[in-house]
Design a protein around this ligand. Structure first.
Ligand code: FAD
Ligand code: NAP
Length: 559
């Protein structure tokens, strides 16, 4: 039991918490991390399912804050596997001697703002407590597993695995009948490997996904060697990009519908051959705002499904039609569609035959029972707000964050919430987060918070909080961007649609990593308008929409 007095208490030891700790220590603050797992890694600690790897190229999906670190680390593949990313984060922890300030196997249970001392009182489930000037969450957007509410799940007598909490020792499915529920990225990465091991694999699909190929390969040493000679410049380009990824594979500043068919097909084939989600997420100017334009791209991907899957009925079941492409992070595969050409793999469409119950040795739909020895839940996460809402966070007047957010998150910049002074959320809801290369967005938040803390210290100030009006304005800005996009036409975890009872509220800032950075920088440069410092603040005068429009190509603005 301890009651430590520190400047900052950080929750989580993933990409966010590790960098936040390092940064604050470098600046002379006392900081401590509390982490539920027994080691660092976050996402890459928990998600150990077979096939797990990043969907952004590794030389992009990595820290930029230390030149020596980025020069010395060698990725073995274009898209590193989970064990390699975990080794990288362990290396970072060792290199910067971070573990000595991390309490592992410790879960933060509550954080209450004390108005008298102007400090956060943080308690862990182990009974430890901290008093911290700043409470900083790096709890992850995708870190609370969404266990499906299927009748009888608890009666299943075989093995049950969740992709988001995979056993450390691995699982051997040899000779087993396996069922996988879910067809999101986690299933798309794991099923090709499970299919090779298992005697039989049944995949239960509710909504088909758009999937593009990774075209993974061992690291191109010549390319990376050249890149490392100007890594700093490359990192700047990431920060100045829409998605936080700078290796734009094809530059096509065109409106989709203006491209002649043969030219369009040729260009899309090039994108396909290059692989990866970046070339498809923001492929054309209007693909995210005009449904007809979006359909042209979606149709290209749909045709690829028909090419890859031999049985036309199965191909059709795997083809998404009801929602626009890229309204959820695109899935990137290595051999996913090809598994449906195997004799031991079967696809069950839950729309035609919903699961009625899970029994001791089978999954029963309203049409048929499927005998299984092992069940894999690839059912996603209570994303964006789920993990924050699991902590008893109370701000001014004892208000609970969970209550304030009962109808969806309310934040300023996706970084702070009114009534919760000195609390910061790294990649919180309503920030670019999951709509970007997250390491770039994490570094931007950490740097912004660190600069602010230095500003507070240098000016002898204690309490920092957004103004009510700025939070309202930010919420409206999020809505404007949402309504300009095709996102309202999809039901995704970005909107909480995957969790029964969650309010349907859009939780991602989609104005671009570059626009977000620029407007955040302008706020800092102007002395933090829109926030109160020790109770005094000027209204926000930063024009959020202008930041987005300035970076929007003219053709799109006109449209
Ligand atoms: P996390 O890595 O989620 O870490 C949060 C940590 O906080 C966890 O270790 C958790 O145990 C801890 N924690 C939470 N609550 C508490 C508490 N109350 N007390 C103590 N500890 C707590 N993004 C990309 O940009 N590219 C990718 O390729 C990519 N691939 C992904 C693959 C998978 C399988 C998943 C699930 C996500 C992926 N993401 C990807 C998103 C990924 O989550 C981020 O890129 C990044 O790793 C998040 O880092 P983080 O530190 O913010 O959060
Ligand atoms: P997900 O995309 O939310 O997929 C979950 C799947 O489970 C969906 O197919 C969902 O169907 C289904 N499902 C959920 N509840 C169900 C129920 N009760 N009955 C039947 N089916 C149910 O989750 P995820 O695959 O873990 O991926 C989440 C995010 O993590 C990704 O979008 C991505 O950002 C990140 N990720 C990235 C990678 C990578 O490539 N690097 C890998 C894994 C994850 P519905 O769609 O109908 O809800």
């Amino acid at each position: 039991m301890s009651n430590r007095q520190i400047d900052a208490l950080i929750v989580g030891a993933g990409f966010s918490g590790l960098y936040m700790l390092h940064k604050l220590r470098e600046l002379g603050f006392t900081a401590h991390v509390v982490e539920a797992a027994d080691d660092v890694g976050g996402t890459w600690y928990w998600n150990r399912y077979p096939g797990a790897r990043c969907d952004i190229e590794s030389f992009e999906y990595s820290y930029s804050f230390d030149e020596e670190l980025q020069q010395e680390w060698e990725w073995s593949e274009r898209y590193a596997t989970q064990p390699e990313i975990l080794r990288y984060l362990q290396h970072v922890a060792e290199r910067f001697d971070l573990r000595r300030d991390i309490a592992f196997e410790t879960r933060v249970a509550s954080a209450h703002w004390d108005e008298d001392t102007k400090r956060w009182k943080v308690k862990t489930e182990n009974g430890d407590s901290f008093e911290a000037r700043y409470f900083i969450t790096g709890v992850g957007c995708l870190s609370s597993f969404n266990s499906p509410d299927i009748p009888g799940l608890e009666n299943f007598a075989g093995e049950v695995y969740s992709t988001g909490q995979w056993p450390h020792e691995g699982v051997d499915f040899t000779g087993k009948k396996v069922a996988v529920i879910g067809t999101g990225s986690s299933a798309i990465q794991s099923t090709p490997i499970i299919a090779e091991q298992a005697d039989h694999l049944t995949i239960f699909q509710r909504t088909p996904n758009y999937v593009v190929p990774a075209q993974n390969h061992p690291t191109d040493k010549e390319f990376v060697g050249k890149l490392k000679q100007k890594y700093g410049e490359f990192r700047e380009a990431q920060r100045a990009s829409l998605l936080g990824a700078a290796r734009v594979l094809l530059q096509t500043p065109k409106m989709v519908l203006s491209i002649p068919e043969d030219e369009f097909q040729e260009e899309m084939e090039q994108r396909w051959a290059m692989g990866g989600l970046v070339g498809f997420m923001a492929s054309h100017l209007d693909s995210g705002t005009d449904r007809d334009a979006n359909e042209r791209i979606a149709d290209f991907v749909r045709a690829k499904i028909r090419d890859r899957v031999e049985d036309p009925d199965t191909a059709e079941l795997l083809t998404p039609r009801s929602y626009p492409i890229a309204t959820k992070r695109l899935c990137v595969d290595i051999g996913y569609y090809e598994i449906f050409n195997r004799d031991n793999v079967e696809l069950v469409d839950l729309n035609a035959a919903p699961i009625e119950a899970i029994e001791a040795n089978c999954v029963r739909t309203n049409r048929q029972s499927y005998e299984v020895d092992a069940l894999v839940l690839a059912t996603g996460f209570d994303a964006m707000t789920g993990t924050l809402n699991r902590i008893d966070i109370r701000g001014l007047g004892g208000e609970k964050l969970k209550d304030k957010w009962a109808d969806g998150p309310h934040t300023h910049l996706g970084l702070m919430s009114v009534g919760f002074p000195n609390m910061f959320m790294i990649t919180g809801p309503q920030s670019p987060s999951v709509g970007s290369n997250m390491v770039v967005s994490i570094e931007q938040h950490v740097d912004w918070i660190a600069d602010l803390l230095v500003h507070m210290r240098e000016n002898g100030k204690e309490v920092f909080e957004p103004l009510v009006e700025s939070e309202k304005e930010w919420g409206e800005h999020i809505d404007i961007l949402f309504n300009m996009s095709l996102h309202p036409q999809a039901d995704t975890w970005y909107l909480g649609s995957n969790v029964p009872g969650k309010p349907r509220v859009f939780t991602v800032y989609i104005g671009g990593v570059h626009a977000y950075r620029n407007l955040s920088d302008e706020i800092a440069e102007k002395g933090y308008p829109g926030f109160a410092i020790d109770g005094e603040g000027k209204p926000n005068d930063v024009d959020f929409e202008d930041h987005v429009m300035r970076l929007m190509p003219e053709e799109l603005q006109a449209a």
